[in-house]
Design a protein around this ligand. Structure first.
Ligand code: C2E
Ligand code: MG
Ligand code: MG
Length: 441
């Protein structure tokens, strides 16, 4: 049950609609009577842009007009403005068909323009939005409601979906799975039970393994393997990525400190842009290196373009400072979306990691091969070396050599493995020579 019993109605100053606090109070009233309330959530996507383009007054008028439209939309539904760019509608239980029709009408309205007259000028403003709706169960608590909204919103963000999302059983199961994963991540962060695996990286000209990437591993308390590809983006969303990253940093430095004779030039750690910009980042790196007696030149950081959204100047400062200590950076997952290629390449990276999806192009057409060659030429001309990721077949190894890719990482050579296994692996396989067929001699 939702716990807000106040009788007071509080309103939003711009639209005059009821606000978030009153929304909770009204939800409580609906469900107190055992009614399955229908909740519709409307998230405006470009309010900031509207404000920038037309001015705040037009932005406010738009919100007012939307509020007025929602208020009159359907009998039995109350409209709320619950935060800056979010509206809610709360109505009684209805059939799925009726809900679909109502949502269809709302979407149609938001596809059209909102005419706004301001200082004698008429603006035709678009209010892009997405819509989530669900039936609130009488057993739900305030936290359940918030979790549903947050989960649905993150589904939109992560999968970049547009339009209408009905919070159905599938999404509910998805949410429960996420809750389980986050509980395990939280537990592991608190008890530092993450493990670190290392995947060796082969250098084509030296004919041996020269570096390794550290990759986090998490086994849930019930023995389930949890994939970092899944839990890392969730940890980023939930504010847990900081503590995870600092744990990885310490574990990798401890490993390097424990094996001063490890025959590798360096080991890399994945970091997000957020950590790089954390004011404690440089201090943490230096204190871990000092604590375990590790030279900075043995450490690399990998960052993806996805996690650097702005503040390139600040990121550049941190990278240049650490580069001065021998700690270089790789651009990870290159080829998975490079809208900001020019900005990314203005940062002082030492190497570019070609993503598995790009490497996969080498299996296919001439066009794919030509693209890789061209990209490799551009990178080499700009003095970056290239690491090919996700190389699985002898054919890809051969092509990577032919196209002058500098280093190779992939299941073809080795899967990620625990640190002690890496040490044994490197003892056994210290020298490899590439033969014409792509095999290891
Ligand atoms: P990534 O940094 O691009 O790491 C490479 C991923 O490709 C790893 O997946 C690795 O196991 C996998 N891989 C390597 N060779 C092959 C291959 O030949 N075939 C295939 N199919 N896969 C290959 P993993 O370990 O599941 O990690 C997934 C992602 O999770 C990483 O992608 C990275 O973005 C993130 N991640 C992993 N560990 C950490 C960490 O300690 N911190 C942070 N922030 N992110 C991490
Ligand atoms: Mg990586
Ligand atoms: Mg990668």
């Amino acid at each position: 049950m939702i716990g807000n019993t106040s009788n007071e109605i509080t309103c939003d100053a711009v639209t005059g609609l009821r606000d978030w606090k009153t929304f909770f109070r009204d939800v409580e009233r609906k469900i107190a009577g055992g009614i399955r309330a229908h909740v519709i959530f409307i998230q405006l996507l470009q309010l900031k842009r509207v404000n920038r383009k037309y001015g705040l007054q037009v932005g406010d008028r738009l919100l007012e007009d939307i509020g007025e439209y929602l208020e009159k939309l359907e009998e039995g539904y109350i409209a709320y403005r619950t935060n800056n760019s979010r509206f809610m509608l709360l109505g009684p239980e209805c059939s799925q068909e009726k809900a679909d029709v109502l949502l269809g009408r709302i979407r149609e309205r938001f596809e059209d323009i909102w005419p706004i007259a301001q200082n004698g000028e008429r603006h035709e403003v678009l209010a892009k939005a997405y819509f989530i709706h669900f039936f609130l169960e009488p057993k739900d608590t305030e936290n359940d409601l918030l979790e549903k909204i947050n989960h649905a919103a993150s589904v939109f963000r992560l999968r970049e979906r547009k339009g209408i999302l009905f919070f159905n059983e599938e999404l509910n199961a998805d949410m429960l799975h996420n809750r389980y994963v986050m509980e395990e991540v939280r537990y592991a962060a608190e008890h530092k039970t993450f493990r670190i695996y290392y995947q060796p990286i082969y250098d084509c000209s030296e004919g041996r393994f020269v570096s390794a990437e550290s990759l986090i591993r998490l086994i849930g308390r019930d023995g389930t393997f949890l994939s970092p590809g899944e839990f890392i983006p969730m940890a980023e969303e939930n504010g847990l990525i900081d503590s995870i990253s600092w744990i990885v940093l310490e574990k990798v430095c401890a490993f390097l400190g424990a094996y001063p004779e490890l025959p590798l030039k360096s080991v890399s750690i994945n970091m997000t842009g957020q950590q790089i910009l954390d004011p404690t980042f440089i201090g943490r790196v230096e204190s871990n290196l000092g604590k375990y007696g590790v030279d900075g030149s043995r450490l690399r950081f990998e960052i993806t373009e996805r996690t650097i959204t702005e503040d390139y100047a600040e990121v550049r400062k941190v990278m240049s400072y650490l580069a001065g200590k021998g700690i270089q950076f790789y651009l990870d997952d290159f080829g998975t979306g490079y809208s900001n290629l020019a900005s990314m390449l203005s940062l002082p990276f030492e190497a570019i990691k070609f993503d598995q999806s790009l490497i996969g192009m080498m299996n296919g057409t001439d066009k794919g091969l030509r693209t890789i060659s061209l990209l490799a030429d551009i990178m080499h001309e700009n003095n970056y070396y290239i690491v090919a990721e996700g190389v699985e077949t002898a054919d890809q190894v051969r092509l990577a050599h032919e196209r002058s890719l500098d280093r190779i990482q992939g299941y073809y050579y080795a899967k990620p493995m625990p640190g002690e296994e890496l040490v044994d692996f490197l003892k056994r396989d210290i020298r490899h020579t590439y033969d014409e067929t792509g095999g290891i001699l």
